[in-house]
Design a protein around this ligand. Structure first.
Ligand code: ATP
Ligand code: MG
Ligand code: MG
Ligand code: MG
Length: 461
């Protein structure tokens, strides 16, 4: 089943307009990346721009959660369900239907179209939301409706903007997976998998933190496509589904070794980061030292470090792009059209980091051997400044050892360097060779952010 299509057609049949995915870079300085399907509609929810004539919309939105309020970078490779880039299916009501219909549609889609067994479905509601509880009771045994507080059941896009209480649908993957004390709804265990969030948009949070009621209560929902595909394919981990498996096999093939229980995390991180970096590049985000370009660089360098761990010593990411295109290129034409650009950019950035990674890894290991409680801030800074290891990469390398970097020292050195060399800072391993870009940009002519003009309407709907 093509679940993406099934979803959009389902909501089209319920009077929704099918809208294309918006660019990953939102037209909003408060938001690092588009992190949910509602982002392109946020000003409609708040009433800042008028609702379209058809007050029902549906979309499949590419989302990145690698910065800001929603940041899953640290989760990738560690959980079975998080990606830095993922596809969010959503249906939206701009002051049209509310809880009753949103729940009815969700239930119908999940039990009929997806044909998930009703007895495996659980839902959560905000602890103050008796109305949602009562509506759900018509469909599901109340013993499987849980009430939680703001942490789990109040959704916001960012620090400001539209928000509201929410109700979520979970899929019970079986009691045998109840394997950790964390393993409750909203936790990081494997038993209850969150699939769909129905947000009852009722408020706008202002910069001062006040909640003001929206002009009209609205609906915003988000369902993770990768998770649903994994459930339908009967696998417990998204990375074992057809969305990722071919990429992982290709990595095994290139590395000339199969993943093991110990190193499968590295293969998964690479597969995930291949998707995120390729899409970001395809939408005109380039590698750089600040803001979004630095996030892109950090994601790629994490992937390279995992590649290093499984034995790669030269660029490999570009060799995976064709496999990604086989999986996603049918829907996301920007990947196909920009494939040469993506491959060249990945390779250039890998070449940069492969130049210094050996020395950096040796320095890291030496220091690690001498570390008792806290990893030296000086060495973390040297790794950053001389060898191009972003701080979060070093932190990630320390994560499974339970160690942290001395951030006070690191920040002090960073501040020193910034003030000393503000005028002519070229020094860090992170700042090498901007000239490479120019040549490529001339060659491909992609020298401006193309998302708004070229990409928006390219994905097929
Ligand atoms: P989780 O608790 O699993 O981190 P969330 O509560 O942060 O998810 P929402 O903000 O409610 O997620 O987003 C709506 C839906 O998008 C989720 O129910 C899930 O199916 C999907 N989703 C969220 N984050 C990710 C991610 N990093 N990778 C893949 N799918 C995701
Ligand atoms: Mg989350
Ligand atoms: Mg959640
Ligand atoms: Mg959620």
């Amino acid at each position: 089943m093509d679940i993406r299509k099934e979803y959009l057609e389902f909501f089209r049949s319920k009077g929704h307009e099918v809208i294309s995915s918006m660019p990953l870079v939102p037209d909003d300085p408060t938001l690092m990346f588009t992190n949910a399907g509602m982002v392109q509609f946020k000003d409609i929810f708040t009433g800042n721009i008028p609702a379209p004539q058809n007050r029902r919309a549906t979309s499949c939105q590419l989302c990145v959660r690698a910065g800001g309020k929603h940041n899953d970078l640290e989760n990738v490779g560690y959980t079975a369900r998080h990606h830095t880039l993922f596809e969010m299916l959503g249906n939206f009501s701009f002051g049209d239907y509310f809880k009753e219909d949103a729940i009815a549609y969700a239930w119908e889609f999940v039990t009929k179209n997806l044909a998930l067994p009703p007895e495996k479905l659980w839902v959560t509601v905000h602890d103050s939301d008796d109305e949602a509880f009562d509506i759900w009771s018509k469909y599901i045994n109340p013993s499987r409706i849980m009430r939680f507080g703001d942490k789990d059941n109040f959704w916001s896009m960012g620090d400001t903007g539209a928000c509201g209480p929410c109700s979520e649908i979970f899929y019970d993957q079986g009691e045998e997976h109840f394997n950790s004390p964390e393993d409750k709804m909203g936790g990081d265990g494997d038993r209850f998998l969150e699939i769909w969030n129905l947000v009852f948009m009722q408020y706008e949070r202002t910069a001062k933190g006040e909640l003001i009621p929206l002009p009209k209560p609205s609906i915003d929902t988000g369902m993770g496509l990768e998770r649903v595909i994994a459930i339908k394919e009967g696998v417990l981990n998204n990375f074992d589904s057809s969305n990722f498996k071919p990429i992982i096999e290709k990595i095994e093939n290139l590395a000339n070794k199969n993943a093991t229980k110990e190193n499968i995390g590295s293969y998964r991180v690479i597969a995930d980061h291949l998707r995120a970096t390729s899409f970001m590049l395809s939408q005109g985000i380039l590698f750089g030292n600040e803001g979004r370009p630095y996030v892109l660089r950090r994601i790629l360098r994490r992937a390279i470090r995992h590649g290093y761990l499984i034995g790669f010593r030269k660029p490999f990411m570009a060799k995976l792009v064709d496999t990604l295109i086989e999986i996603m290129g049918g829907h996301y034409i920007e990947l196909v059209e920009n494939q040469n650009f993506i491959k060249e950019q990945l390779t250039l950035e890998e070449e940069r980091f492969f130049k210094t990674i050996d020395l950096g890894m040796s320095l890291f290991s030496e220091e690690l051997a001498n570390t008792k409680d806290t990893f030296s801030g000086e060495v973390a800074f040297k790794l950053y400044d001389t060898y191009g290891f972003p701080l979060d990469l070093t932190e990630d390398m320390l994560k499974d050892k339970g160690l942290k970097v001395d951030l006070i020292k690191f920040d002090e050195l960073m501040a020193n360097q910034k003030s000393m060399a503000k005028a002519a800072w070229k020094g860090s391993g992170d700042a090498t060779n901007d000239g490479d870009f120019k040549e490529l940009l001339e060659k491909y002519g992609l020298n401006e952010f193309v998302g708004y003009t070229n990409v928006t309407y390219k994905s097929k709907v």
